[in-house]
Design a protein around this ligand. Structure first.
Ligand code: UDX
Length: 465
C-alpha cells in the first residue's frame, strides 16, 4: 500500500474516543489521541461528568487544540466509581445513558464543520461500536491491555479454552511461555470470583466483527508472534499496535489527566537521594490491597533498608497501622504520597526499581524508561503481564506468593536486593533499556507502530468500502 507522507487528507477527519472511565483506560487513549493529532487528525475524547469534575490537568504540558473533550453522563455524576454498587449495574447504566448521549454527540457534530468519521472505543463498551454503525461511521476497537491477554480472552469467548480450567499441566499458546494457572488473568483463573468482570471482558467480542479496525496498546516486537496469530483470527482491518512513547520523555508522553491531585513533594525529595537508590512503589488506580499484604510490603521495604517512594491513594492508607507507617518512613527513608506524575518519577535518576502490580500502563511506562521491575501482580491481566516481565522480556523478578496468595516480606526483600544490588539487577536494567530502544524505533518515523498509525489515518481519511 502507498505510504502516507505527512498529513494527506487527514485534516478534515475527526475521531471520537470513548474510553472506559478509569485512569488506566483513559491514559492509553489519550496517548493515542496525541499520535493521531500529530498526524493532523482532530480528536474528541469523551469523559464522564464525574471524571471531568475530579480531573486534574498537568500544567507542565499542554494538549494541542486539535484534542478536545466532551463530557457525558455515565449515570454516576455525583459519586463516580465510589457510588457503584455492582460492576454489572454500573455497566448497564452506562450503556443505557451512554448510548443516548453518544448518539446526541454524533448528531451535534454532524451539523458542525467537523462531523465525526470514526469512533475509537474501549471494547469493554461494545455499545459505542453499535452507535458508530447506526450512524454509518467507522469503528475501531482499542484494546488497552497487552495483545497476549486479549488472545487468552478471545480463546475463552470462542470456547477454545474452557472454564474453569481443569488441567494441571501448564497451558501452551503460540508466542507464550508455558502458562500455569497462577499466570492466567484472574478472571480466567478464578471465574467464579469475578463473574461480572468476566462478562465485561467476554462482551468485548460480541460485536467485534462489525469493527473496521483493531488497535492494541503494544508494539510489534514486544509480542510479535501473538500479534501475528491475533491478526489472523480477527481479520477486521489492520492490527495497529500503538505503543506510545517518544524520545522526549517524560513530558511528551505525560499522562495529562489525573483523577487525583498530584503531590508535588516527590520530585524535590528524590533530588536528595543518590542515583539508583530509591524503590518506587505503586499499585495503579484500582487495586484494593489486602491489609495483610500492605503490611508485608511495609515490612519488606523497612527490612530492605532501601529508600522508597510509595503511592498510596485515599483510604488505602488506613490499612497500615500508624506505628508501622511512622517506623518505615523514619529518618527520611521513605515518602508516602497520594498521587504523582509517574512518568516523571520513573525517569528520575534516583529510581533504582519499581515495585508494581503489573498494570499494563505501568509496565510499558517502566520499560519505556528502562526501569527494572519487582512484580507483585494482584488481579485482572496482571499475573499474565508478570509472567512476560520475568520470563519473556526479562525486565523484572516476580515475588513468590505463599499458599494463601500473600507475598511475604522475606520474598519482597529478597527480590529487592536482587534487583537493586546484584548482577541480575544490572542485566534486567540493560534488558529494559533495550526494550526502550525497540519501543522508540517502533514509534519513530517508519517504525512498525508509526506505519500502522499512518495506515489507520489513511484509512479513515479515504474511508473504507
Ligand atoms: C487498570 C488495570 O488494573 C490494569 O491491569 C490494566 O492493564 C489497565 O487498567 P491500573 O490498575 O490503574 O489500570 O494500572 P495501570 O495500567 O498501571 O495504570 C495506572 C496509570 O496511572 C499509569 O498510566 C500510571 O502512570 C498512572 N499513575 C499511577 C500516575 O499517573 N500516578 C500515580 O501516582 C500512579
Amino acid at each position: 500500500m502507498e505510504e502516507i507522507k505527512g498529513r494527506v487528507g487527514s485534516e478534515s477527519k475527526h475521531v471520537l474516543m470513548v474510553p472506559y472511565q478509569s485512569q488506566g483506560h483513559i491514559n492509553p487513549l489519550l496517548n493515542f489521541s496525541k499520535r493521531l493529532s500529530s498526524k493532523g487528525v482532530r480528536v474528541t475524547i469523551v469523559i464522564s461528568i464525574f471524571i471531568s469534575k475530579s480531573m486534574h490537568r498537568l500544567t507542565s504540558t499542554t494538549l494541542p487544540d486539535s484534542i478536545q473533550f466532551e463530557t457525558i453522563s455515565d449515570g454516576y455524576d455525583q459519586g463516580g466509581f465510589a457510588k457503584v454498587d455492582s460492576i454489572a449495574t454500573s455497566l448497564s447504566r452506562f450503556e443505557a445513558i451512554g448510548t443516548k448521549n453518544l448518539r446526541e454527540l454524533i448528531q451535534k457534530y454532524d451539523s458542525s464543520d467537523h462531523p465525526i468519521n470514526c469512533i475509537v472505543y474501549d471494547p469493554v463498551l461494545p455499545w459505542a461500536l453499535d452507535a458508530a454503525k447506526e450512524f454509518g461511521l467507522l469503528g475501531a476497537a482499542f484494546f488497552t491491555q497487552m495483545c497476549g491477554v486479549n488472545y487468552i480472552y478471545y480463546n475463552v469467548y470462542h470456547g477454545l479454552l474452557k472454564l474453569p480450567i481443569s488441567s494441571t499441566t501448564p497451558l501452551s499458546f503460540p508466542g507464550f511461555p508455558l502458562l500455569e494457572l497462577k499466570d492466567m488473568p484472574s478472571f480466567v483463573n478464578d471465574p467464579s470470583s469475578y463473574p461480572a468482570y468476566l462478562e465485561l471482558i467476554m462482551n468485548q467480542y460480541i460485536n467485534i466483527h462489525k469493527a473496521d479496525f483493531m488497535l492494541v496498546n503494544s508494539f510489534y516486537k514486544l509480542e510479535d508472534q501473538v500479534v501475528d496469530t491475533m491478526s489472523e483470527l480477527l481479520t477486521i482491518g489492520p492490527t495497529v499496535p500503538s505503543f506510545h512513547l517518544d524520545k522526549r520523555v517524560p513530558n511528551d508522553t505525560g499522562n495529562d489527566l489525573n483523577v487525583h491531585q498530584l503531590d508535588s513533594s516527590a520530585i524535590g525529595w528524590l533530588k536528595t537521594k543518590p542515583p539508583g537508590s530509591v524503590v518506587y512503589v505503586s499499585f495503579g488506580s484500582m487495586v484494593s490491597m489486602n491489609p495483610e499484604q500492605m503490611e508485608q510490603i511495609a515490612l519488606g521495604l523497612k527490612g530492605s533498608g532501601f529508600n522508597f517512594l510509595w503511592v498510596i491513594t485515599g483510604l488505602e492508607k488506613k490499612k497500615l497501622s500508624p506505628e508501622l507507617f511512622d517506623e518505615m518512613c523514619e529518618g527520611g527513608k521513605g515518602l508516602v504520597v497520594n498521587w504523582i506524575h509517574q512518568l516523571e518519577v520513573l525517569s528520575n535518576q534516583a529510581i533504582g526499581c519499581f515495585i508494581t502490580h503489573c498494570g499494563w500502563n505501568s509496565t510499558i511506562e517502566a520499560m519505556s524508561l528502562g526501569v527494572p521491575l519487582v512484580a507483585m501482580p494482584q488481579w485482572t491481566d496482571q499475573p499474565t503481564v508478570a509472567k512476560f516481565i520475568e520470563d519473556v522480556w526479562k525486565v523484572g523478578l516476580r515475588v513468590k506468593a505463599n499458599e494463601n496468595g500473600i507475598m511475604k516480606r522475606e520474598e519482597i526483600e529478597f527480590c529487592l536486593r536482587q534487583v537493586m544490588e546484584k548482577d541480575i539487577g544490572k542485566e534486567l536494567r540493560i534488558n529494559a533499556k533495550n526494550w526502550r530502544e525497540m519501543a522508540i524505533e517502533a514509534v519513530s518515523e517508519g517504525g512498525t507502530s508509526d506505519n500502522n498509525i499512518n495506515e489507520f489515518v489513511k484509512n479513515i481519511a479515504i474511508g473504507l468500502n
